[in-house]
Design a protein around this ligand. Structure first.
Ligand code: 6GU
Length: 287
C-alpha cells in the first residue's frame, strides 16, 4: 500500500487563511492551466501571485512548461484563482498532494473549477489541435487503488462514497459549445472521454489500442484526480483537453509521442483557448 500523505482539514484551512490574509480577491472560479496553457493566468487583471514554494503546505512543480504560481485576479470582472502549473503523479508526488489545491480552492470560496490539459487523441476522428470537452473519465490509477480519496474521510469536505456519474457539469459543457460556436470554434470542438494514466512514459501501441477499445477518446496524465477531489467537496467541474498529438495506434506508423510536440500545439491554440475559457468564466452563474 502507498504511504498516505494526508493534509488535515486544519492544515488546508491554514493554507487558505494564509492566502486570504494577503489579498482582497475572493475567487468564485478556480482554473488549472495544463502544459503549455499557462497563458490563461496572464489574462487575470489586478494580479496577486504567489510562488508555490512560498505557500505553506504547497508542493512545488518540477515540469518544463509549468510555471509554479498561484495567481489571483479578475477575468472579465469575475474574481478567479489560477494554478499556473499543476502537480502530477509522474513527478513522484503522493496523490493527496497533487489534489491539495482543490481543497484550498474550496476553502477560498471557489464554486466552479475549470481544468485544462494536453492530451493524446485516441479517437480516430480527432485531429491535432482539437479541443475535447470532457463528458466523463476513465481513472486507471484508481483501478489499482490509487485514488486521492483513499484513507480516512473527513466529512467536512464530503461524503465517504461520492458519486462520479455527474462529475462533469452538463450546463458547463453546453456553455462551452455555445461560447465556442459564437467564437467560430465549432470546427475543432469535440466532446469525449478522458483516460488518465500515471506516466511519465507515453503509451505503447498496444496500450493505446486497449484504451480506445475501452471507450477513451483521449489519454493524458492529469485532471482526473483533481476532478474527483473537487467533486467530493461539492464544486462544479468543467474540463477540457487540447489534443496535442495523435496517440500511435498502429505498428506501421513512424509517429512518436514527445513533449515538444505537446508544447508546440499548446502555443498554436493557446490564444483561442484563453478566449474560450475567459468568455465562459464571464457567463458562469454563481450563487
Ligand atoms: Cl499521447 N499520452 C499521455 N499519456 N499524455 C499525453 C499525451 C499522450 N499527449 C499529451 N499528453
Amino acid at each position: 500500500l502507498l504511504p498516505l500523505h494526508r493534509y488535515s482539514y486544519e492544515e488546508c484551512r491554514a493554507t487558505a487563511d494564509w492566502l486570504l490574509a494577503q489579498m482582497n480577491v475572493r475567487p468564485l472560479v478556480g482554473i488549472v492551466c495544463g502544459s503549455g496553457l499557462g497563458g490563461l493566468a496572464e489574462m487575470l487583471k489586478d494580479q496577486v501571485a504567489f510562488n508555490y514554494k512560498d505557500i505553506p503546505n504547497f508542493p512545488q512543480s518540477t515540469v518544463h512548461g509549468h510555471a509554479g504560481r498561484l495567481v489571483f485576479g479578475t477575468l472579465k470582472g469575475k474574481p478567479c484563482v489560477c494554478m499556473q502549473g499543476r502537480f502530477h503523479l509522474y513527478e513522484g508526488y503522493p496523490i493527496q498532494k497533487i489534489t491539495l489545491p482543490m481543497r484550498i480552492f474550496k476553502l477560498l470560496g471557489v464554486e466552479t473549477v475549470i481544468l485544462t490539459n494536453a492530451a493524446g487523441g485516441l479517437n480516430q476522428d480527432y485531429r491535432v489541435g482539437d479541443v475535447m470537452i470532457l463528458k466523463d473519465h476513465l481513472n486507471m490509477p484508481g483501478f489499482a487503488g490509487n485514488n486521492p480519496l483513499a484513507g480516512p474521510n473527513d466529512e467536512r469536505f464530503g461524503v465517504r462514497f461520492p458519486c462520479m456519474s455527474d462529475a462533469y457539469d452538463r450546463d458547463l459543457q453546453q456553455l462551452a459549445f455555445d461560447v465556442g460556436a459564437e467564437l467560430g470554434y465549432s470546427d475543432f470542438l469535440r466532446k469525449g472521454v478522458y483516460c488518465v494514466l500515471g506516466g511519465p512514459s507515453f503509451e505503447t501501441i498496444a496500450e493505446c489500442r486497449m484504451l480506445h477499445k475501452l471507450g477513451a477518446d483521449a489519454v493524458g496524465m492529469s485532471t482526473v484526480h483533481e476532478v474527483i477531489v473537487a467533486r467530493h467537496c461539492g464544486m462544479r467541474v468543467f474540463a477540457l483537453s487540447l489534443i496535442t498529438n495523435q496517440a500511435v495506434m498502429d505498428y506501421e506508423s513512424e509517429e512518436k509521442a514527445n513533449h515538444e510536440e505537446v508544447l508546440e500545439t499548446g502555443r498554436l491554440r493557446a490564444e483561442q483557448l484563453e478566449r474560450l475559457v475567459s468568455n465562459m468564466v464571464m457567463r458562469i452563474e454563481h450563487n
